[in-house]
Design a protein around this ligand. Structure first.
Ligand code: NAD
Length: 479
């Protein structure tokens, strides 16, 4: 039922080791299996293999590289049931959401397979009498670090564009979800990726990142994770003069103006907020609602929240699974108590469910003080704070009042307001009248503490390229 997590180093699968960690099912706390830890010798081998793999991979024609990625996308689709089950067992999300993640990951790889065929150079008109061409080359070996909340699609984000650019990659998936990483890399291996071009490791996160960032052959770092770890790894990469791409946390504001059907928006908002039990970096997580539509919004939001079925993600009736990490239940309790201490009302939820598995009630807080912890820090869980506004300038100020800037959402039928919000909201993305956090064909990433660099779109592959200007005078000097 659960596949043994295995590392992939120099084209070999490694699934047993004396030093290993346990993977637990967040729905019941039972041990699913164990994963091997990469030691320094493994990491050295992975780096050497990636260096050799880079030479082979970049020498292929773009069409050959991209065909491998497209085949891997096809294998993800073929294996959707088995991979979705692994995602749900390890991470907890309902099986239907896990299937959606597999399809989303395949679409990301499809996009990379197309983008990798469009790496064009430039011919620059020169004033100096030489022919100036700019060519784009793969940056080199990339170390990618993925989180557990979207263990498959985030891992694809870490490696797909880099591979399309002609780089080789060493991926470290989160230790809570190692078998998902194994399933992804199996698709690439079965699609024919040459030896060493993709490596997969797990173990002690800090030891692995320190080793890989310090390895001279590794030329770039890409992380999807928390702000704290992002700052740590970015500093380590900076000290080594290595570029990094950081996709970090978010705390997305949702501004709901008085010119919309607030009840309809409330239903949609609740359905989106509690996807993946709220553990999404682009989750709508601060609801800022105009006074005149506040009550209908809250009522429909609360009703939709109460209709959610919390349970084991393997149960087809479940619409919200457990939290992946047991610590998050305590974080939810802390945030709720803090908001209540500042006069917020718990309209539904508020408590942990049972004592087996990491289940927490989907919770709605109203009239929340803007200084409450849940308004300032990324909740990354099923707690939705709702506040009022009477003036759109104040709503914008509140939306921008946190150090995060990843996703943002606004609902209005006024083109003027939409235009103003698009100009003034500080975020890497803004969805108007819908909840769209990202798509393969547009650049995705954050501003402020949410990170830097972009994935997807035309920028996705470019992030893993470096330019070389060639100043060519046709004739060598002669006397
Ligand atoms: P995390 O930062 O704890 O872990 C991310 C990766 O870093 C994992 O591979 C982990 O093993 C590794 N890591 C953890 N501690 C480390 C350390 N001390 N040194 C080196 N590496 C370390 O994040 P998480 O809890 O797995 O994921 C949740 C976070 O990720 C949230 O903040 C969420 O918003 C963010 N996230 C962002 C995006 C995005 O695209 N912007 C997408 C998904 C998740």
């Amino acid at each position: 039922m659960y596949d043994t997590p295995a590392m992939f180093i120099a084209g070999e699968w490694i699934d047993s080791r004396a030093s290993s960690g346990a993977v637990k099912n967040p729905a019941n706390g039972e041990v699913l299996g164990s994963f091997p830890h990469a030691g320094p010798a493994d990491l050295e081998r992975a780096v050497d293999a990636a260096e050799a793999g880079l030479r082979d991979w970049r020498a292929l024609m773009p069409a050959e590289r991209c065909a491998v990625l497209a085949r891997a996308a096809g294998l993800l689709r073929d294996r959707i049931e088995e991979i979705a089950r692994i995602v749900t067992l390890e991470q907890g999300k309902p099986l239907a959401e896990a299937r959606g993640e597999v399809l989303g990951a395949a679409r990301l790889l499809d996009w990379d397979a197309v983008a990798g065929r469009h790496i064009y150079g430039q011919v620059v008109p020169s004033d100096a009498g030489s022919r100036v061409t700019v060519v784009y080359e793969p940056i080199g070996v990339v170390a990618g670090f993925a989180p557990w909340n979207f263990p498959l699609s985030s891992s694809v984000r870490k490696i797909g564009s880099a591979l399309a650019a002609g780089c080789s990659v060493i991926l470290k998936t989160a230790e809570k979800t190692p078998a998902t990483g194994t399933a992804l890399v199996r698709c690439l291996a079965d699609a024919g990726i040459p030896r060493g071009v993709v490596g997969l490791v797990f173990g002690e996160p800090a030891a692995i990142s320190e080793f890989l960032i310090g390895a001279p052959a590794v030329r770039m770092i890409t992380l999807t994770g928390s702000v704290g770890v992002g700052k740590l790894l970015a500093a380590q990469a900076g000290a080594q003069m290595k570029p990094s791409l950081m996709e970090l946390g978010g705390h997305a504001p949702v501004i709901i103006c008085d010119d919309v059907d607030a009840a309809a928006v409330g239903r949609l908002a609740a359905g989106t907020k509690f996807r993946n039990a709220g553990q999404i970096c682009t989750a709508p997580s601060r609801f800022i609602v105009h006074d005149d539509v506040y009550e209908p919004f809250v009522e429909s939001f609360v009703e939709a929240t109460r209709s959610l079925r919390v349970g084991d993600g393997m149960d087809a009736a479940t619409t919200m699974g457990p939290l992946t990490n047991p610590d998050r239940c305590e974080a939810m309790e802390r945030m709720i108590a803090d908001a209540q201490g500042r006069a917020a009302t718990v309209r539904t939820g508020g408590h942990r469910i049972g004592n087996r598995g990491n289940f927490f009630e989907p919770t709605v807080l109203t009239d929340v003080d803007v200084e409450a912890e849940v308004m300032r820090d990324e909740p990354f869980g099923p707690v939705a704070p709702i506040v009022r506004f009477d003036d759109l300038d104040k709503a914008v100020a509140l939306a921008n009042a946190v150090p995060y800037g990843l996703a943002a959402y606004a609902f209005t039928n006024s083109a003027t307001r939409a235009g103003m919000l698009a100009e003034r909201i500080e975020s890497g993305g803004l969805a108007i009248n819908q909840f769209v956090g990202s798509m393969p064909e547009s650049p995705f990433g954050g501003v402020k503490d949410s990170g830097y660099g972009r994935e997807g779109g035309c920028e996705g592959v470019r992030a893993f390229l470096t330019s070389k200007s060639v100043f060519h005078r046709y004739a060598a000097p002669s006397s």
